[in-house]
Ligand binder design. Structure first.
Ligand SMILES: [Zn+2]
Length: 156
């Protein structure tokens, strides 16, 4: 996995698989204030990667406020499973997976919290390749389980 922090320290870009091989050790001391985190490139997360990640999140300086943008599907699945996955961070937007039943094409549009609050559209389209309607590729309630926490409501 790659972690790239912009020169001004305001933007962190994460790419590739999150596994036990990822090394966050040099990052926390460089994170301060508002940091936007581009999580769209996180392709896969292993259980050992979750342990490394949660240790990183837990040891962030109190002054660092992470805002996660365009969270990938793998990232959202962990958000929904691991309660402390982003600590005190906030989610700004996530990728939502859609699949075309006609030709198998896929799209992952980024949706912000206002759009998610309205509920996930079950279809979208037309497909750029074959013209069919794309269908939501995740169970909508499960995929948005993290949202109640983001909006400050108690988890059921
Ligand atoms: Zn299609």
């Amino acid at each position: 996995m790659g972690c790239a922090l912009s020169a001004d320290g305001r933007r962190l870009t994460l790419t590739g698989p999150l596994t036990e091989q990822v090394d966050f050790s040099a990052l926390p001391e460089r994170l301060d204030g508002d940091v936007r985190v581009d999580a769209s490139g996180i392709s896969r997360i292993t259980s050992a990667g979750v342990v490394e990640w949660v240790a990183f999140i837990t040891h962030l300086p109190a002054s660092a406020r992470l805002r996660f943008e365009a969270c990938s599907v793998a990232f959202v699945n962990q958000l929904n499973t691991v309660r402390s996955f982003i600590g005190d961070g906030r989610v700004e937007s996530i990728c939502v997976p859609y699949l075309c039943p006609g030709c198998g094409a896929s799209e992952e549009p980024v949706m912000n919290l206002e759009q998610l609050e309205a509920g996930l559209p079950l279809t979208r389209g037309p497909c750029a390749t074959c013209g069919a309607s794309l269908e939501l590729d995740v169970p909508p309630d499960d995929y948005l389980a993290f949202l109640a926490r983001e909006l400050g409501e108690p988890l059921i």
